[in-house]
Design a protein around this ligand. Structure first.
Ligand SMILES: Cc1ncc(COP(=O)(O)O)c(C=O)c1O
Length: 414
């Protein structure tokens, strides 16, 4: 009997954050071995809770959540997003230009589906959050990667972005604050990037889901305010800043000169209507999340749990004979690498498998983020600080064994 063949598109699509290593970790757990998981940015799994006033807003409106809602989202939730965008200086955002989705994940797909023709190119950061690459490919586009190198603080180089633009390039994606690197882009850099987008008529897509998770006074500059009348889509959500991944609520707002974005807006509306609406129940949390008192600052300020986790990671990297790291200015990850002078022949995937099997710790190899260099690892800052310290003890043990065995890979010797 012939087997059911999946779409050929999927051959190029990967999502290693929940991939083979994670499946191996689940098997090990099922066999009774405890695993410390640093692979996924899911605050609710590490004892963080959604603020009570968000839960209460949902509970109060349960009875109002049983019908399909507006395809773009609850009016009062969209009004709160409009107010947030206006306060940030975004141009032309009204409720007609806001779309609420089942997480930013759904909106990433919709934003690209509404834009791309077969063969169009999208400029993406390397490393990226891999859904951006996957959604580009699944919507018939081709990723073109601009580098965010560690030696440049994981910031992109606008001249490199400019040089990558071709006749089929349609959009430029930024992730700021960045997953996986934690880089936060300064305003002067964003101005240069907007100038590239203007020069080549590229739609700006800015994933700002970590917009309020910032450390040591690092300022966050929303892209829409810099883009002004240039078309820009800004993404935000409840998952990270409001620790509500399971609610599945994200939003995107479309800014810029109305005449230039009108057709694209209508295409977004059609796609939003085809899936009827986003989960209505959880949308009731948007207004209190954006307009009532912010809660993330307690966690990112000195003494707060995320701040302390980041400090422990940076202290341990500094003390490790093997590791180096750019200090993350925002988000909930660190992206350290293994120094070439410590272990000359290093492979991030082989290391992650050994760390899992030999020490029961799950991390994501840097190459899972569409990064060519294979020396990086992504860790979440979500575990309790004491557990993170234990993770570094275990990592250094595996790295010590790898340093002792250090020799060229078999393919290089042959
Ligand atoms: C950069 C980035 N964008 C989007 C998402 C998806 O967010 P959501 O839970 O809103 O779908 C994530 C999740 O980790 C992310 O890191």
């Amino acid at each position: 009997m012939s087997s059911i063949k999946p779409s050929a598109h999927l051959a190029e699509v990967r999502y290693e954050i929940r991939g083979a290593l994670t499946r191996r970790a689940r098997d090990m757990e099922a066999a009774g071995q405890p695993i410390i998981k640093l692979n996924i940015g899911n605050p609710g799994r590490y004892g963080f809770t959604t603020p009570t006033h968000l839960r209460e807003a949902i509970a109060t409106h349960l009875g109002d959540s049983e019908a399909y809602g507006h395809e773009q989202g609850l009016e009062e939730a969209r009004d709160a997003i409009v107010a947030q965008q206006a306060a940030r200086g975004a141009v032309g955002v009204d409720a007609e230009h806001v779309f609420i989705g089942n997480g930013v994940s759904e909106l990433i797909d919709i934003s690209l589906r509404a834009l791309l023709q077969p063969g169009d190119e999208v400029l993406l950061p390397s490393p990226d959050y891999p859904l951006w690459s996957a959604a580009t490919i699944l919507n018939d586009g081709s990723p073109r990667y601009y580098r965010c190198l560690a030696e440049n603080g994981h910031l992109p180089d606008p001249d490199e972005i400019d040089a990558l633009v071709g006749p089929r390039t349609r959009a430029l994606v930024l992730i700021n604050p960045n997953n996986p690197t934690g880089a936060v882009y300064p305003r002067a850099l964003l101005e240069r990037i907007v100038a590239v987008a203007r020069k080549h008529h590229l739609l700006l897509l800015c994933d700002e889901i970590y917009d309020e998770i910032l450390y040591d006074g690092t300022p966050f500059q929303p892209l829409a305010a810099v883009a002004g009348d240039h078309p820009c889509v800004s993404f935000g959500g409840l998952s990270k800043v409001h620790r509500a991944c399971g609610y599945r609520v994200g939003w995107m707002s479309l800014s810029g000169a109305k005449a230039r974005i009108a057709e694209y807006r209508d295409a977004l509306q059609l796609l939003a209507a085809l899936r009827l609406c986003a989960n209505v129940t959880a949308q009731w949390a948007v207004r209190p999340a954006l307009l009532d008192k912010p809660t993330i600052g307690e966690l990112t300020a000195p003494g707060g749990r995320l701040h302390e986790a980041r400090r422990i990671v940076l202290d341990h990297v500094a003390a490790s004979p093997y590791l180096d790291c750019v200090s993350p200015g925002g988000a909930i990850y660190a992206f350290p690498w293994v120094r070439a002078d410590a272990i000359a022949h290093f492979d991030d995937t082989a290391f992650a498998l050994r760390l899992l099997e030999e020490e029961g710790v799950l991390v994501v190899p840097g190459t899972s983020f569409n990064l060519h260099a294979s020396r990086h690892l992504r860790l979440t800052l979500l575990p309790e600080p004491a557990q993170l310290a234990e993770v570094f003890t275990r990592m250094d043990r595996v790295l010590g064994r790898m340093a002792a065995e250090d020799r060229p890979p078999a393919s290089a010797v042959a």
